[in-house]
Design a protein. Structure first.
Length: 217
């Protein structure tokens, strides 16, 4: 009788142990499942965030590509315009070089009195240019004008090149305002490199400060 009771107690104890183990296992399983669900949710959120960021980066990249494309197209347009301008100027210069020289007009300090270090045209210069314009228009055919700017040797070589160009540009602008086509007016600055008189005297320097207009057909 005592042995049966003991066996019964052992069986009850084993059952209780198995049941409690099963409960613990279920709790651990649930905890693991919940933890796994949280990790999966976290991974899904990270994936969604990455997908959104990738989409945003894609939009930013497209915008930058469009911006770069627009800049490149504008640069090409500017380059083509500059090339056309340079080509026109070159063609005009080549025509002038190949043309027959008809006559020459020289505007120098000893005649028209360019002010020292100035490029503005004095009244005497405009009178000479008006006569040139009237004669050119009376010929009623295509003419080309080479306008050469010269200076004396006072100042740096670079500065004198700029001054010679400014004086020649002043002449070209006046001729254009009076109706001569701009494409037929070619400007060249020689600065101090081609003196026609002695730069050691005031009279010589006055002759060297000049603009020469060559009329060609």
């Amino acid at each position: 009788m005592l042995k049966r009771r003991t066996d019964l107690i052992v069986l009850v104890a084993l059952f209780t142990l198995v049941a409690s183990t099963a409960c613990v296992s279920k709790k651990v399983y649930r905890a693991n499942v919940e933890e796994t669900d949280q990790r999966v949710s976290g991974v899904e959120s990270a994936v969604e965030a990455n997908e959104r960021r990738i989409a945003e980066l894609g939009q930013e990249t497209d915008q930058r590509i469009e911006s770069v494309r627009g800049t490149a197209e504008k640069a090409v347009e500017i380059g083509n315009t500059a090339l056309d301008t340079a080509t026109t100027a070159q063609n005009t210069a080549e025509k002038a070089q190949r043309g027959k020289l008809l006559w020459t007009v020289t505007l120098s300090d000893d005649l028209v009195k360019f002010s020292f270090d100035q490029a503005s045209l004095p009244a005497m210069a405009t009178q000479e240019l008006d006569s040139l314009i009237d004669r050119a228009k009376s010929m009623d055919r295509a003419l080309y004008f080479e306008i050469d700017g010269h200076t004396d040797n006072i100042g740096s070589e670079e500065y004198n090149l700029q001054l010679g160009e400014r004086r020649a540009e002043a002449v070209r602008n006046y001729l254009n305002q009076k109706g001569l086509p701009l494409h037929a007016l070619n400007v060249i600055s020689y600065g101090e490199s081609q003196p026609v008189a002695d730069n050691g005297t005031p009279e010589g320097r006055a002759q060297n400060r000049r603009v020469v207009i060559r009329v060609l057909e």
